[in-house]
Ligand binder design. Structure first.
Ligand SMILES: [Zn+2]
Length: 547
């Protein structure tokens, strides 16, 4: 039996209670071998890369639930089980009539996926543009709180919107300057187009506004894309499209318009949509398949009768890409870092937390979500229909990939400054002789690209921990190895455990995270958003998309 661990925090009046004397005892609960063992199992070949709806998916679910039970947690899924079943639709679209455009300057045909991509945004078996009018809508943003409206009074029903990616970056006081807000994500553009009754939206790709080359958007074309079941009556967009910048210029020119001029004017904000004088034809056929996965949840009940109903949730996605295109003779995408490591980390935290005496005041929920790689679907499903009342979710910490390169002084904190978890985690990091760094690529919008986003979206203060870069030992070597993971192994069959893996950094980060969890669970006040943050009012509807 673990020895009782005295925690004085509940008596502490400070808003961020500290662990001072108890830190060593708390840290001892996070065990490196436990972590390594979980990662080894979850990334083994026999789980076949944990692809959504596969046998590997089911086996991973069984393992996670079994381990939570073995820690002595309570089930927190549906009807007293560990499981929240998640129905998923797989939709594969095929272009049956390629894109054709006609305007005062003539006609042109475009070919997919070189010039454009087209996939379904609804479960209908077909979708078509028949002489649909093309309208340029700038950034396609409606943000009254930023005094920005690209739509005005225009009636866009039945039209196709041509829209710029990202959000305005020039003014540091608007749209958080260079930081990409949700308004800058392509999924937002499609959701807004659907709300306006459009029949399609074409996002103009540029390397700068996307942060990745056109080849990346081409991969969604012709492939099976995954969705949660569509809610009856919710707005859908029949066709989601991207086009290359050249194709966008050509489309505008057919109507006698110049894309550069249109974009320059749109940057001023509050410009009305511009009908381009171009009509479009396109048709796609969609094959729809139903599959099933699940989220797995366990809870350590809080010890304070008043606060126990409130839950601090720690999440990690357990799905990965399954079996796919072989590289060499290996076709199993093990996802050892992404995200067997995060799941192993959360299981390690669950075991550590279950040994705390007394238990934290608020409840701690350990939630493993599915289908992150397919568009954050498991966490979206949970956020739409949480297994405890929505208002009882008070914070979310997300783990997606642990540090397997070695100890660092820093820890990257995605969502830095957005809510009070930043101050709490910073204080704890400094007491540990470490420090938090803000998102190193704010223009990429990482805050909207893992599961914590779906908690933010329903108003739950959320944060995402990422491995640091300031290595204590042999910094050059380790930084090179870390960069090579992103460049060579990320989303490849070679994301596997290797003999050189070093768990010290992961253990340090988990210890810090455990202290953040317990401190959040014991604090007098629940976390809150920074006043004026885009999620403070949680006004974003929990729609589709957001990968
Ligand atoms: Zn991941």
């Amino acid at each position: 039996m673990p020895k009782a661990l005295p925690l004085f925090v509940s008596a502490c009046a400070l808003s961020v209670p500290t662990f001072a004397q108890d830190r060593a005892a708390l840290d001892a609960l996070v065990d490196k071998d436990v972590l390594a063992a979980h990662i080894r199992f979850l990334s083994c070949d026999e789980l076949e890369g944990r692809g959504v709806g596969t046998r590997g998916d089911l086996l991973a679910q069984r393992y996670l639930a079994t381990q939570l039970q073995a820690c002595g947690l309570q089930p927190a899924g549906e009807e007293g089980s560990w499981v929240q079943s998640v129905p998923i639709l797989g939709i594969t679209s095929q272009v049956t009539i390629p894109l054709r455009a006609a305007g005062e300057n003539g006609e042109a045909s475009f070919s997919a996926p070189d010039d454009y991509t087209a996939v379904a945004g609804s479960p209908a078996t077909t979708a078509a543009w028949q002489g649909a009018e093309l309208v340029f809508v700038g950034y396609g943003i409606f943000a009254p709180e930023q005094n920005w409206d690209d739509f005005g009074e225009a009636d866009l029903r039945g039209k196709v919107l041509l829209v710029m990616n990202n959000d305005p970056a020039d003014d540091p006081d608007r749209f958080a300057g260079k930081t990409r807000l949700y308004y800058g994500r392509w999924s937002y553009k499609y959701e807004e187009a659907a709300r306006r009754g459009a029949v399609g939206a074409i996002v103009i790709h540029t390397n700068e506004s996307a942060g990745y080359p056109y080849q990346v958007v081409q991969t969604s074309h012709g492939r099976e894309n995954f969705w949660l079941p569509f809610v009856d009556g919710a707005p859908t967009l029949p066709v989601r499209s991207w086009c290359s910048e050249d194709a966008a210029k050509k489309l505008c020119a057919l109507g006698g318009k110049d894309l550069d001029t249109l974009r320059r004017v749109a940057e001023r904000g509050n410009q009305p949509p511009v009908p381009l004088g171009v009509k479009l034809d396109l048709a796609i056929e969609n094959t729809v398949r139903e599959l099933r996965s699940a989220n797995i949840a366990g809870v350590l009940p809080g010890s304070d009768p008043q606060l126990a109903a409130e839950h601090v949730v720690v999440t990690a996605h357990f799905d990965h890409l399954g079996i796919g295109k072989p590289r060499g003779d290996d076709a199993i995408y093990n996802g050892a870092v992404d995200n067997a490591s995060g799941c192993g980390g959360v299981l390690t935290l669950a075991r550590a937390a279950s040994q705390l005496t007394p238990r934290p005041r608020r409840s701690l929920m350990f939630l493993f979500v599915t289908a992150e790689e397919s568009g954050l679907l498991g966490s979206q499903f949970f956020a739409n229909q949480p297994t405890v009342p929505r208002e009882q979710l008070v914070a979310n910490f997300n783990v997606d990939g642990l540090n397997i390169w070695g100890s660092t002084r820093d820890l990257e904190f995605i969502g830095y400054g957005k809510n009070s978890l930043t101050g709490l985690a910073s204080t704890i990091a400094e007491q540990r002789g470490r420090h938090l760094t803000p998102d190193s690529n704010p223009d990429l919008g990482l805050f909207y690209r893992s599961d914590h986003f779906n908690f933010a979206r329903i108003g739950v203060p959320a944060a995402y921990f990422k491995a640091g870069k300031d290595f204590l030992d042999r910094p050059e070597d380790r930084r090179r190895m870390k960069n090579s993971y992103t460049a060579v192994h990320y989303h490849q069959p070679t994301d596997e455990i290797a003999p050189w893996w070093n768990y010290d950094g992961a253990v340090d980060d988990l210890r810090l995270l455990l202290e953040c969890l317990v401190t959040t669970a014991n604090a007098d006040q629940a976390p809150r958003w920074t006043p004026g943050d885009e999620f403070e009012k949680a006004r974003l509807p929990s729609g589709q998309g957001g990968r």
